[in-house]
Ligand binder design. Structure first.
Ligand code: SF4
Ligand code: SF4
Length: 388
């Protein structure tokens, strides 16, 4: 059976736009009462990566959260909202990104993701997994991603957003487990999504993020909301919406390679507004971070520097706050004599440092062969022009 994904246009975050657009989106899928029954405990999982204001497009917009809460409450659900941010205390981050105000105004409960539960996953990439108790004890999870570029995975949307259910410093431990193997990390994310099994994913793609995402990219107007029960299928449509080849998004690529439902457009029944009218043709992807040229591993190894990308500190912007140093999974970073240094032999190219730096002080330095390859592939792409 095909996975159903609904797509509707939504030009801005005004309540008069978002609430009707979301209602229509859900009607296309049969209404919120198909997913939420009266009395059920419903966890809403927005993207709450960092305490940035909504206009920076780092987090799910508060008006999208408000509109979802309204529909869930109408269906009789008891709502909690939670995430484990990359940096900062959850409550403080929720306040700074405007979500806490909505939670309080709508009488919902804030789930701090303070506690983890060890589970034995169904998949094959984890021996065990520690997930937020708030997520595991909910009757229903509704996943609320923001559509953004992601330096390591290519895109963060339905599947990647659920990584926030891994609490705090357990996230770097999973990065370390995967090392520099992006395919393995993508497989981990897919299995994590299957373990959590959200009933519904609703993506905020009204204003997304392009370029240096997910923490330091540029806001870009896309003008759409998406929803579906299958986060893999939703991501397939998200890739089409921003004109990004699925082969450049690791979770989408691995989903297709492993034959997961919804990984191909032919697996999907698309409802709502025509995709062709909403495609964002000039969306600027994250910089490529590696290229294989189909070479065998023994030949790629000596060319790794030239065929990969690395984080590069920007000496002007870096405040030497040490945040990235504390969160680097393999402890490849250190501050010496007032300068941030990265040990490339230890770096696993996860780009967590870039994601978390509050000052946008970590750039992407591509090796020569990677730059040449990217230039060859993307010369046809037009410059960005969709800034809100
Ligand atoms: S790169 Fe960013 S996070 Fe790291 S020390 Fe500098 S300012 Fe802090
Ligand atoms: S230096 Fe940055 S990219 Fe390299 S391992 Fe540390 S956090 Fe990851």
């Amino acid at each position: 059976m095909k996975s159903r994904v609904a797509l509707v246009a939504a030009a801005d975050y005004g309540p008069a736009t978002v609430a009707p657009a979301l209602r229509r989106l859900m009607e296309l899928l049969g209404g919120m009462s198909r997913f939420v029954k009266p009395g059920q405990r419903v966890l809403l999982k927005p993207n709450m990566l960092a305490g940035k204001p909504p206009e920076q497009a780092v987090t799910t917009h508060p008006e999208v959260l408000r509109a979802v809460i309204q529909l869930v409450q109408e269906a009789g659900g008891i709502v909690a909202v939670g995430d484990s941010p990359g940096i900062g205390q959850p409550l403080a981050v929720a306040k700074r990104c405007g979500l806490l105000q909505v939670i309080e105004e709508t009488g919902c409960h804030f789930a701090p993701f303070a506690d983890s539960v060890r589970v034995r996953p169904r998949g094959r990439t984890f021996q065990h997994l520690e997930l937020a108790r708030d997520a595991l004890e909910a009757d229903v999870i509704i996943n609320l991603p923001k559509l953004k570029t992601h330096q390591m995975m290519g895109l963060t949307c339905g599947v990647k957003n659920l990584f926030g259910c891994v609490v705090g410093m357990r996230k770097p431990a999973l990065h370390l487990q995967a090392g520099a193997d992006k395919a393995l990390f993508a497989l981990m994310l897919l299995e994590l999504a299957e373990q959590l099994a959200p009933a519904l994913t609703i993506a905020d793609a009204i204003v997304g993020m392009e370029g240096n995402g997910p923490g330091s990219g540029d806001p870009v107007r896309i003008g759409a909301l998406l929803a579906g029960a299958n986060p893999v299928a939703l991501d397939t449509v998200a890739c089409q919406l921003v004109n990004l080849p699925r082969s450049e998004v690791w979770t989408a690529r691995l989903a297709e390679q492993t034959g997961r439902a919804g990984a191909s457009p032919s697996d999907i029944e698309l409802l709502g507004d025509p995709l062709s009218q909403l495609i964002c043709p000039n969306f600027r992807p994250a910089a490529d971070t590696d290229v294989g040229f189909g070479l065998p591993a023994w030949l790629r190894r000596p060319l790794r520097r030239s065929m990969s990308a690395w984080p590069k500190p920007d000496g002007q912007r870096c405040q030497q706050c040490g945040l990235c140093v504390r969160h680097c999974p393999p402890q490849a970073m250190a501050i010496h004599n007032g300068r941030l240094r990265i040990d490339r032999r230890r770096c696993i190219q996860c780009f967590c440092c870039q994601e978390l730096c509050p000052f946008g002080a970590l750039l992407t330095r591509q090796g020569l062969l990677l730059r040449l390859n990217q230039y060859g592939r993307r010369t046809h792409r037009r410059p960005k022009n969709n800034h809100p």
